[in-house]
Design a protein around this ligand. Structure first.
Ligand code: IVH
Length: 731
């Protein structure tokens, strides 16, 4: 063997080991250490060497199989057709090269492509037999996956049954191409614009029946919306659990849970992108398959587009690259697919990926940088949060120099020391996070690196900090701590709350600081939210603050005045009650007509509202029990701030009264909902759940192993519902 071959073999060995290690971290532990981009670079290097020296390829090389492995604890299931991966491209030039290869491959000047957002989650296959969802399987290694049927049944948008009408729809649509109208060429994933633009409104004259197959397989990407991800991590931080680095890890970690009740709470969602009837593609084009999915009741991402040329594909990639932050879920690129199935067949696939599709990946949202120090921030409820001060690094369009470390438990878990190199990730619309220490960058002189120690006193007010039993966070409990007041005001003035635009961080700082006037120290102008509404009476003092002009003062006073009329939910969110985020604030405003009603609600009354858990209910009661907070509400009321829900909002836990006056009985084990959940959902829609079946019962909800109640219901001729029909009724 030549010396050159020996060094090459050594490099190959190292590359393969490294890739295997990262495969395990990614697929098995949902805990990757490097970015996709860095991973692809390793893989591309390996592929390049192997392509030049095919004699050095070993059967166990990571290039020889579709990566990923089934997790333990689930029954394995072999896919009827392998679930392939996609080749990645990172530049428009690569994308254009791919297009050239495609056109050359099929010998055509022009090829039509479908572009879709590449959702950053995990792929699953949902199998329907006789139009009923019978199995859900993860991709696994592409050949064999895990049977996660119970878990995918918790995904509300995934139909448990395919509608009959799905087989009665226009098939041969004449024109597939949407008009090239700008600027909304690529549709809107919220409104479904692209569908309307596609010029394919069902035309009854084209109605023809589609033969019903025995088995339908729908493939798609399970993901966690950013908001759910944020909530899960918030709860995990409070419990001192390891945080998920991004929504994708959270989604795949969730799918691996054996307890489907927890899975249901996590609120996974799904976008479908592929369809097989008895193992074969049923339509002549991918676009038609997507349309069938939509008509059959599946959730398909509306941002899809039909493109006539690679220029349009490039434009689609650029458009969504700019708009990706507004989606509410993470995408990591665009998937480009040849539309016509005949051409797909002609191009074929390698063992790993199809030649007729490719992923264009957006730049990584992870980067490696040095941890220069750790400072401590005090939040609005006094929580001390360690913040990583980083060597500035450019990441997804901005320079990142700070990242959250959440709490000292997280620091211990990460094993991070000041001076370490760390992997930072910006994801899920949350502030950047330190994901892990880059161990390979350690020098072996770690003793020189410093450990972080949580301060014993609040860095803002100097009072001792406390840690409540059972809590992970250290808190400053001084009600007058200036850091807490400032953080609270910042949230109060923020856009989703009272939207007082001019009230930024530096002005808050001025308004909440002591004032030195003529050698005299005067207390701050603002000490709580209600003080804001008295600033107009103190305009002169306001004007006397440094750098204040009459125009900006009056502007701000106007905004403060206008905020009095804001919707009730904005004020509720602005108050900063623990666990009451934007969504919960809206739920509360939909259920209580006024702050007085809410203030007097008991914990059990609150937690009987669907989607308000006992922890949130307890936090609300605790907040209103504080006399300081009650005083604050009284002062806000006095100032004329709106503390009532809009007319038409329901009073007293009556968000939606669809089932008003209806009596339900539950019997047997429901597939996904616990009895308690079903009861809560019925009750929050105004219905009643009773324990025995009588003539007054309107519906009996029947699950598996239903007992005598079912017999009684049949005897009395009462309408029977399964879980699915109940959910439809509530939708
Ligand atoms: S098509 C043979 N479409 O990306 C075609 N994949 O990197 C295979 N993904 O394993 C998939 N969004 O988990 C397709 N609109 C989309 C997608 C998508 C996300 C994921 C999927 C796949 C991975 C490949």
């Amino acid at each position: 063997m030549t010396k050159k071959n020996q060094t090459l073999e050594a490099e190959l060995k190292q590359l393969r080991e490294e890739i295997r290690y990262h495969d395990e971290r990614y697929y098995l532990h949902s805990d990757p250490e490097i970015s996709d981009f860095e991973y692809d670079q390793l893989m591309n290097r390996l592929k390049a060497i192997e392509a030049e020296h095919p004699q050095l390829i070993t059967p166990d090389s990571p290039t020889q199989r579709v990566s990923g492995r089934p997790a333990e604890g689930f029954v394995e299931y072999r896919h009827r057709r392998p679930m392939l991966s996609l080749d990645n491209t990172y530049s428009m030039d690569d994308l254009r090269e791919w297009d050239k290869r495609v056109r050359k491959g099929v010998g055509l000047e022009q090829v039509e492509y479908v572009t879709e957002l590449k959702i950053d989650g995990l792929s699953i296959s949902a199998i329907y037999e006789k139009n009923r969802l019978t199995r859900g399987v993860t991709r696994g290694d592409g050949v064999v996956g895990d049977d996660v049927t119970q878990n995918i049944r918790t995904i509300r948008s995934l139909p448990l049954r395919i509608r009959e009408e799905a087989f009665q729809q226009p098939t041969g649509t004449k024109k597939e191409k949407p008009p090239l109208a700008q600027p909304s060429l690529f549709g809107n994933p919220e409104t479904g614009e692209s569908l309307k633009k596609s010029g394919k409104t069902p035309d009854p004259s084209h109605q023809s029946a589609i033969p019903e197959p025995d088995e339908i397989e729908v493939r798609g990407e399970v993901y966690l919306p950013n908001e759910s991800f944020r909530k899960i991590n918030e709860a995990r931080a409070e419990q001192g659990l390891q945080l998920f680095a991004n929504p994708r890890n959270a989604a795949s970690g969730t799918m691996k849970l054996l307890d489907s009740k927890t899975v249901a709470e996590r609120q996974l969602d799904l976008f479908c992108y592929d369809l097989l009837f008895d193992g074969r593609k049923p339509f002549a084009s991918h676009w038609q398959a997507l349309e069938w999915l939509v008509n059959a009741g599946f959730r398909v991402n509306d941002a899809r587009a039909l493109c006539d040329s690679i220029d349009e594909v490039v434009q689609y990639c650029e458009t969504w690259g700019e708009k990706r932050d507004a989606l509410g879920y993470e995408i990591d690129g665009v998937v480009v697919k040849v539309n016509k199935v005949a051409l797909q067949d002609e191009l074929g696939s390698t063992s790993k990926a199809p030649r007729w599709a490719v992923a264009y990946k957006y730049p990584a949202r992870q980067a490696t940088t040095k941890l220069l120090g750790i400072t401590v921030q005090v939040g609005r409820i006094g929580t001390l949060t360690p913040v990583a001060e980083l060597e500035p690094v450019f990441l997804a369009g901005t320079t990142v120099s700070r990242a959250s470390l959440h709490n000292d438990e997280q620091i211990k878990r990460l094993g991070v020391k000041i001076g370490d190199y760390v992997l930072v990730e910006k994801s899920g619309e949350i502030i950047p996070q330190v994901v892990k220490v880059v161990e390979s960058k350690r020098t072996g002189r770690e003793r020189e690196l410093q450990d972080f120690v949580m301060p014993k006193d609040c860095p803002a007010c100097g009072e001792p900090v406390v840690r409540q039993p059972g809590e992970v966070a250290w808190r400053c409990v001084n009600a007058t701590c200036p850091a807490k007041i400032k953080a609270g005001l910042k949230q109060f003035a923020s856009r989703p709350a009272m939207r007082i635009e001019g009230l930024g961080e530096s002005l808050i700082e001025q308004l909440t600081s002591n004032r030195l006037i003529d050698g005299q120290t005067l207390p701050p102008l603002v000490r709580d939210f209600a003080d804001l509404y008295h600033l107009s009476e103190r305009r002169d003092e306001f004007l006397a603050l440094e750098r204040m002009g009459a125009k900006s003062v009056d502007n701000l006073l106007e905004q403060i005045e206008a905020s009095k009329q804001n919707d009730f939910h904005r004020l509720l969110f602005g108050l900063g009650i623990r666990h009451v985020g934007e969504r919960t604030a809206k739920i509360l405003a939909g259920n209580f007509a006024s702050i007085d009603e809410l203030m007097n609600a008991s914990q059990s009354q609150l937690s009987s509202i669907f989607e308000i858990g006992s922890v949130v209910a307890a936090a609300i009661v605790e907040w209103f029990n504080e006399s300081r907070n009650r005083d604050l509400i009284a002062r806000l009321k006095e100032a004329g701030v709106n503390l009532k829900a809009a007319t038409g909002a329901k009073s007293g836990a009556a968000a939606s009264r669809k089932l008003e006056g209806k009596q339900f009985v539950l019997t047997g084990k429901l597939p996904t909902l616990s009895r308690d959940e079903a009861r809560q959902m019925i009750e929050s829609a105004g219905g009643r759940v009773t324990s025995s079946v009588t003539k007054k019962t309107n519906f009996v909800v029947v699950g598996e192993e239903a007992g005598s109640k079912l017999d009684k219901a049949k005897e009395l001729g009462i309408t029977l519902l399964d879980e699915e029909s109940l959910l439809e009724m509530l939708a």
